[in-house]
Design a protein around this ligand. Structure first.
Ligand code: ATP
Ligand code: MG
Ligand code: MG
Ligand code: MG
Length: 438
């Protein structure tokens, strides 16, 4: 992408309405624009990151055996009357009337709809286990939308739903998602800690929230600092094998949200120097809720003995759009964002430090063509901004590798390769840069 032809509306001033750093940086870097309270347009740079995060979530869901579909954003109120949640959900639900005065709602979650789909087709235990997910916009009319995409009203969520014949099988599905979540967040460069959690309006009796520790987080959390050093399962983990060893390893170390915190247990189990009482951002939550929806909505299958049994369900959410905020909270400095490579909007940026000079223009063009041809997502800053402005832009938008091309270096056949991450720099040839990035 040539920056001169791109749409990157960077703000010079720090927007006053933004209270936390991730919100400020997303606005300044031209990633999002607020269209109404808690409702954002995704500008090109923001959309690139959103898509990368979405893709990581998708890959890890698929790896764990979940199957993608896509449900609509609008749902019939009657469907929610079946589960009893139409009235129970309260003012967070956006209720809509169509021209025929039929009551609809903009889905805040999809347990009812997926159960309706399931019961329409699946009749036998032989079709189980089944785990279906989608990545779709949700609407919750939050009392206090704030912190940008962290607490939006419209936001992108991955929500998945498992169907099993009994509790033991459902726990296996739960464990698969537990492991998939560990991998998903680690791939984005995040340490997200699974913590025992309350189940809330989804219902059920077993749940973990995945929490990224951050002072700006809205959840109070308590954990043993040892949990920060546990290894994340590798990509070739066998999801059909026994995962209980991994789950036990993660859940035997104290980690709980304030809602379910047990102070006495915390103090007896965790030595004082390892006790963390801090704040965190909920980036995902998994639930086992048994037959709550299948009983209410009559989602049954014929078991091995022919008898109709209500399926055991679980649901699994990831805050895809919230993750942008969470990652920035964890990865930034005073100059801007430091995207982890896996989610960066561009992997590399070429900074032409003397635009309009034949030598630097030619060198940048050649490098841009070669990197693009080799599949590197590269942004070429070919604008007539001064060098200082180009450095500031590249740092602000957080491109992990910056290639500085100036006349001095070129005279010696060198360009400067800078890592955004730690600021380290090296003078190498353009060919070496290509070799390094491909
Ligand atoms: P919170 O406690 O932050 O209100 P929640 O517990 O109500 O979140 P869930 O129903 O568990 O949310 O939804 C799954 C995931 O969707 C959450 O873990 C979170 O990452 C994300 N999420 C929920 N509400 C919002 C929101 N208003 N804006 C952005 N992401 C959200
Ligand atoms: Mg909520
Ligand atoms: Mg919550
Ligand atoms: Mg939650």
């Amino acid at each position: 992408m040539r920056l001169s032809r791109y749409f990157l509306p960077i703000l010079k001033e720090t927007p006053k309405e933004a209270e936390i750093v991730s919100h400020r940086l997303m606005l300044r870097a031209g990633m999002i624009r607020q269209e109404a309270a808690g409702i954002y347009a995704w500008l090109p740079l923001g959309l690139r990151v959103l898509k990368k995060i979405e893709q990581i979530v998708r890959e890890e869901q698929n790896r764990a055996g979940a199957i993608e579909l896509l449900m609509p954003t609008l749902q019939l109120a009657d469907l929610w009357r079946e589960s009893g949640r139409y009235d129970a959900y309260g003012p967070e639900m956006l209720r809509i009337l169509d021209r025929h005065k039929r009551e609809l709602l903009y889905g805040p979650t999809n347990e009812e709809m997926i159960t309706e789909i399931f019961r329409g087709y699946v009749k036998s235990y032989k079709s189980l286990p089944l785990n279906l997910y989608h990545i779709q916009w949700k609407f919750r009319d939050e009392q206090r939308p704030r912190f940008g995409v962290m607490r939006g009203r419209e936001f992108l969520m991955k929500d998945g739903y498992s169907f099993d014949i009994d509790e033991a099988a459902a726990k296996r599905s739960y464990n698969q998602m537990f492991v998939a979540y560990l991998r998903t967040f680690a791939r984005m460069g995040l340490k997200a800690i699974p913590m025992r959690a309350e189940t809330g309006p989804i219902g059920g009796d077993h749940s973990h929230e995945f929490i990224v520790l951050a002072e700006t987080g809205e959840s109070g959390v308590f954990c043993d600092s040892d949990v920060l050093n546990l290894p994340v399962p590798p990509a070739d983990i066998d999801y059909n094998g026994d995962l209980t060893g991994i789950i036990d390893q993660w859940t035997s170390i104290y980690a709980a949200t304030e809602d379910v915190h047990d102070a006495a247990r915390f103090e007896s189990e965790v030595p004082a120097e390892r006790r963390l009482n801090t704040r965190g951002i909920e980036v995902g939550q998994i639930f086992y809720f048994g037959t709550k929806y299948s009983d209410a909505m009559k989602a049954t299958v014929a078991g091995a003995d022919g008898a109709e049994t209500a399926i055991h369900g679980g649901s699994y959410g990831v805050g895809v759009s919230r993750l942008l905020g969470a990652i920035i909270e964890a990865c930034h400095d005073e100059n801007g964002i430091k995207w982890p490579e896996e989610v960066a909007p561009f992997r590399a940026a070429i900074l032409n430090l003397k635009q309009g000079s034949a030598d630097t223009d030619a060198a940048c063009e050649a490098l841009y063509k070669e990197l693009s041809a080799k599949g590197v997502d590269v942004l070429y800053d070919d604008t007539d901004q001064r060098a200082g402005g180009k450095f500031a832009t590249a740092d602000l938008i957080g491109v992990p590798w910056q290639i500085l091309v100036g006349p001095k270096g070129l005279a010696e056949g060198k360009v400067e390769l800078k890592r955004r991450d730690d600021g380290s720099r090296e003078n190498i040839s353009a060919a070496e840069v290509v070799a390094k990035l491909t």
